[in-house]
Design a protein around this ligand. Structure first.
Ligand SMILES: [Zn+2]
Length: 494
């Protein structure tokens, strides 16, 4: 951005450190983590962080929910891969689409969950705000406005910061083989009518962030490296000039990267999607298989759930504990590649299918991943068996035995991430009993109504950000069937 455009300047020179709730060191979502039968007392269930924003006042103006006025992020990033340091110039073009007059805008800063990773060097607000204060609160930046922002009003916020990813098995971190960049930048959280800003703290398991749809404009320049590196991104490369790479993504949840001197690339495409699969050299034979499988899954899920405006995905082998979905990029543990046999009966196949399904249930439509994780995880787990029904019908019984029955799952499907200390009980309740719950619904109302409800749930328009709640799910099923589903909900929900 042109520096002369900025009048009100606030320059701060301190790092955000994790003052309270830090993410667990293994970071985010584990789709199929190792069995852990240790039981623990139920942890305290936190409240959403809403009280600090109660000064919002409803406006006479109707809410503005036009995607054309969603948040836009502009990044100029210089990456020193060998030193594992990023210098970031980020501009957030924010339009107040809450429908309220707001005097406080929160920015979430996920990289600050780990101490020493995020170093903010400057924060500037466009001239339109004569009085603006910023306050660092834990892993948040609060921007306070006087006068407040009216509905439809737009501001631009410019941040300069450096990132120092840590060594380890994190999806924001590095090791000798790669650098992973997920949830690496300050972001505006979703705002919901009623609950307000969706700002959930990290839990011991699962994912807690929620992402409104936004546009991304990314310019990434690499400092000279000892070895050439390969960049995997959650959007296709729009342009390249020397060592600078430009990416554009419209109406996406987030923007993620993975960079390594070792990645081998395989590609597959159909008229629906282009898939780029990045593997380490020892697993290069599995790259094409992953890409082909994602293309096949995309076709199945388009048939079942309807169109997805996305048409691109990267699948990245990563030294992490499990799989992680982002919008347009899937991180998949190298362990799944190590353990893949030639058959479709392994976790490598299941996880590629599962993470591809997240491009519908997470990316295309979105939900509160902390308080209603079943809305994406139960549906993506059940999507696995739907894929097998369509493509390997002889393996459906195997799937139920291998994926579900073997774990004798118990627990409430609609539990939050805060109800668990360990992954296995979380997976069992939300993912596996979630699949059993969906099968019970299907058995009760029949295939035609069941798939009609899923289609309607996935394609339902009218909600800002394509956001979904349990009420939307129940509403979709009540539209297609008069059956009394109460006993099923009573059996599986708490
Ligand atoms: Zn998942």
């Amino acid at each position: 951005m042109n520096a002369s455009k900025w009048v009100t300047k606030l320059v701060v020179c301190f790092s955000l450190t994790c003052l309270a709730a830090c993410a667990p060191s293994s970071t985010r979502p584990l789709e199929q983590s190792p069995t852990n039968h240790i039981t623990s007392p139920i942890p305290h269930r936190p409240e959403r962080i809403e009280g600090e924003f109660e000064e919002q006042t409803p406006s006479a103006s109707p809410p503005v929910h036009s995607p054309d006025h969603g948040t836009r992020y502009y990044f100029d990033v210089n990456l020193d891969y060998d030193a594992k340091i990023l210098s970031v110039d980020q501009t957030v073009s924010y339009t107040n689409n809450t429908g309220y007059t707001i005097s406080l805008l929160p920015l979430r800063v996920p990289p600050s969950y780990q101490a020493g990773v995020f170093l903010l060097t400057s924060l500037q607000i466009e001239q339109i705000q004569p009085e603006m204060k910023s306050e660092i609160k834990g892993t948040m930046i609060h921007l306070q406005f006087d006068p407040p922002l009216e509905p439809g009003q737009q501001i631009e916020i410019n941040l300069n910061y450096q990132l120092y990813p840590t060594h380890g098995w994190n999806t924001l971190g590095y090791n000798q083989r790669q650098l992973l960049l997920a949830d690496w930048y300050p972001m505006v959280p979703p705002h919901r009518d009623g609950p307000g800003w969706v700002i959930n703290p990290p839990g011991q398991v699962g994912e807690h962030l929620a992402y409104p749809l936004s546009d991304i404009h990314m310019n990434l320049c690499l400092a000279p490296t000892q070895q050439p590196v390969v960049i995997a991104a959650s959007a296709p490369l729009a342009d390249q000039a020397d060592d600078c790479y430009r990416y554009e993504a419209q109406q996406v949840r987030n923007f993620s990267l993975a960079i390594s001197p070792e990645y081998q690339l395989a590609t597959a495409e159909s008229d629906l999607v282009t898939v780029l699969a990045y593997t380490f050299p020892e697993h290069s034979g599995l790259g094409q298989r992953a890409a082909d499988l994602a293309v096949q899954s995309w076709a199945t899920f388009t048939d079942l759930f309807g169109d997805n405006q996305r048409n691109f995905i990267s699948i990245v082998e990563a030294d992490i504990f499990d799989g992680l979905e982002t919008d347009g990029l899937i991180y998949l543990s190298e362990w799944y590649y190590q353990t893949a046999d030639p058959s479709p009966r392994n976790l490598f196949e299941l996880l590629v299918v599962h993470e591809t399904a997240h491009q519908w249930f997470y990316a295309h439509i979105h939900n509160d991943q902390a308080f209603e994780p079943w809305l994406d995880e139960a549906l993506t787990t059940y999507s696995e068996v739907l894929f097998y029904e369509a493509n390997h019908p002889q393996l459906v019984d195997w799937w139920w035995d291998y994926r579900v029955a073997a774990f004798e799952p118990e627990g409430a499907v609609n539990a939050s991430i805060y109800d668990f200390y360990h992954f296995r009980p979380y997976i069992n309740a939300v993912y596996l009993r979630g699949a059993l719950f969906l099968q019970a619904l299907r058995d009760e109302i029949g295939d035609q109504a069941f798939f009609e409800a899923l289609w309607h749930y996935a394609q339902l328009e009218g909600a800002s950000d394509h956001w979904r709640t349990a009420d939307d799910f129940i509403g979709a099923f009540s539209q297609v069937s008069d059956a009394d589903l109460t006993p099923i909900f009573s059996e599986f929900f708490q």
